[in-house]
Design a binder for this molecule. Structure first.
Ligand SMILES: Cc1cc2nc3c(=O)[nH]c(=O)nc-3n(C[C@H](O)[C@H](O)[C@H](O)COP(=O)(O)OP(=O)(O)OC[C@H]3O[C@@H](n4cnc5c(N)ncnc54)[C@H](O)[C@@H]3O)c2cc1C
Length: 100
């Protein structure tokens, strides 16, 4: 039986699914309402540990690790003078507990 997967939306999740279908040799089409999939609204591509595992499953982790930086401390800045409002070492704690 042959079929075609329809992916609605070319955001990070849709593109991830497309890449996975491509590798699995499953036919697909992406329907994106915008003119481009490059909507530069964020600052960086940030991933939680669960998503790192997904990148590993589709064979992209080694390439990502070449360009990725770990996050160790969080500082939230606010206002024109960059006043630090909160800090935390959540990321180091999470890495120590990681089950990857
Ligand atoms: C202001 C802001 C800043 C952010 N900054 C960061 C950041 O710096 N780093 C980071 O990692 N994450 C950031 N995020 C979170 C990140 O954007 C989301 O986690 C991520 O985009 C979710 O991906 P997605 O594919 O599930 O959904 P989306 O990125 O929302 O993609 C969904 C896509 O589906 C399309 N679509 C929707 N309905 C239809 C339809 N009916 N027909 C066709 N196409 C449709 C939309 O146009 C869109 O392209 C930010 C979010 C916001 C709002």
């Amino acid at each position: 039986m042959t079929f075609k997967v329809i992916i609605v939306g070319g955001g990070p999740v849709g593109l991830y699914m497309a890449y996975a279908f491509e590798r699995a040799n499953i036919d697909y089409v992406i329907l994106e309402q915008q003119d481009t999939v490059l909507n530069i609204s964020g600052q960086l591509l940030f991933t939680w540990p669960q998503k790192v595992r997904l990148f590993d499953q589709i064979g992209l982790l080694a390439d990502l690790e070449k360009v990725a930086l770990g996050i160790h401390h969080k500082k939230r800045l606010f206002g024109d003078n960059g006043q630090v409002t909160t800090t935390g070492n959540f990321w180091d704690a999470m890495q120590n507990k990681s089950v990857l």
